[in-house]
Design a binder for this molecule. Structure first.
Ligand code: AHG
Ligand code: MN
Ligand code: MN
Ligand code: MN
Length: 327
């Protein structure tokens, strides 16, 4: 009998409140998966009529998933504050004090552009330690400005043909599939190991005219095939849901890129550091892969804003090393 998430968590040495939080997030994602699967039958498709702090139109499911994740944070013991793609500022839950506590960040629904077309979407989460302070005080946004390296847990759920939870507590990455009849999360991917080499890349090629020169050269070499400098034929995949693209790479290797480009010089890439890039980077590193912003490990980037964007290059370790030689 395969191990359940509950049995797996019980056997981990992490603090009880952190394990409780992971179990709560997993439960919340089961609720989100139900909303995803209801689709048009429960008016779950379409827009909600508002925009988020980054100017994106919010979908009904973006907000439904956000509500569920905030509920999870309010119910889980030890959570001091939450932050979300869909919330301008932090959501205070409890006071920071002279005790252990958690700050939770999430992208409640990743890949919103794929909702209406029934393509895989997901949820991404990151857990940071709350500051321990002698005199209890309310949490502030600055408490969250810790590098990804400080995360105590990170993971994602893909709502695809299977509902799959992949997470790390800092000692390997593990995948649990939601068994549809029992509703139980079952360990199906034990200590995921991302192949170091690959012949597959993921990038939104419609931005090619905006790319900087090193990205142009790297992709050109991939496309040159067996007679080019890379000496092999590359395949390309782009789901346009980061969770689905990164999950594919977790399972069979590959490289995922959302670089900074010349399209809008005020934006260093499209993806958000704290609830997209950093948690995916931790999971990827824990599975033996690599994650970089082009100059340094993504996990070493120190945030100074909740919604800041960052260039992302992650995946098979040897391929990321090759990519970084392009400058
Ligand atoms: P979100 O739906 O949470 O705003 O994130 C969308 C992100 C990410 O999932 C994906 O990799 C990227 O946007 C897709 O970008 P393009 O539309 O440029 O392909
Ligand atoms: Mn969005
Ligand atoms: Mn996203
Ligand atoms: Mn989102």
């Amino acid at each position: 009998m395969a191990q359940t998430l509950a049995a797996f968590l019980k056997a981990q040495s992490a603090p009880e409140s952190l394990k409780g939080l992971i179990a709560g997030i997993a439960d919340g994602c089961v609720r989100i998966s139900h909303a995803v699967r209801q689709g048009a039958t429960a008016d779950m498709l379409g827009t909600a009529g508002d925009t988020n702090v980054q100017g994106e139109v919010q979908k009904t499911l973006d907000l439904a998933a956000d509500d569920i994740m905030i509920d999870v944070c309010r119910a889980a013991p030890g959570v001091v504050a939450a932050a979300s793609e869909e919330q301008d500022g932090i959501v205070p839950v409890a006071q920071a004090g002279p005790h252990e506590g958690w700050l939770v960040l999430f992208d409640p629904l990743d890949g919103s552009s794929n909702i209406e077309v029934n393509v895989s979407i997901g949820t991404i989460f990151s857990v940071l330690p709350a500051p321990m302070v002698e005199t209890p005080r309310d949490p502030v946004a600055e408490d969250f400005f810790q590098p990804g390296r400080d995360q105590v847990a990170a993971g994602y759920v893909v709502y695809g043909p299977q509902t799959l939870l992949v997470f790390t507590l800092g000692d390997g990455a593990f995948g649990f599939t939601l068994e549809p009849v029992s509703g139980e999360w079952v360990l199906t991917h034990d200590r995921i190991a991302v192949p170091a080499e690959t012949k597959e890349f993921a990038i939104n090629a419609s931005n090619q005219r905006h790319w900087h020169e090193p990205v142009q050269r790297y992709i050109a070499d991939c496309l040159a095939g067996t007679t080019g400098p890379r000496g092999k034929d590359f395949n390309m995949r782009w789901v346009a849901s980061m969770v689905a693209d990164v999950n594919r790479i977790m399972m069979r290797g590959g490289v995922f890129m959302y670089p900074a480009d010349r399209k809008d010089p005020s934006k260093p890439g499209r993806l958000r550091l704290m609830y997209e890039a950093a948690p995916m980077a931790m999971v990827m590193e824990q599975a033996g892969g690599a994650a970089s912003d082009g100059t340094k490990a993504l996990l070493d980037v120190v945030p100074d804003a909740l919604h800041q964007r960052v260039p992302v290059m992650l995946g098979s370790k040897a391929e990321i090393e090759t990519l970084l030689t392009y400058g």
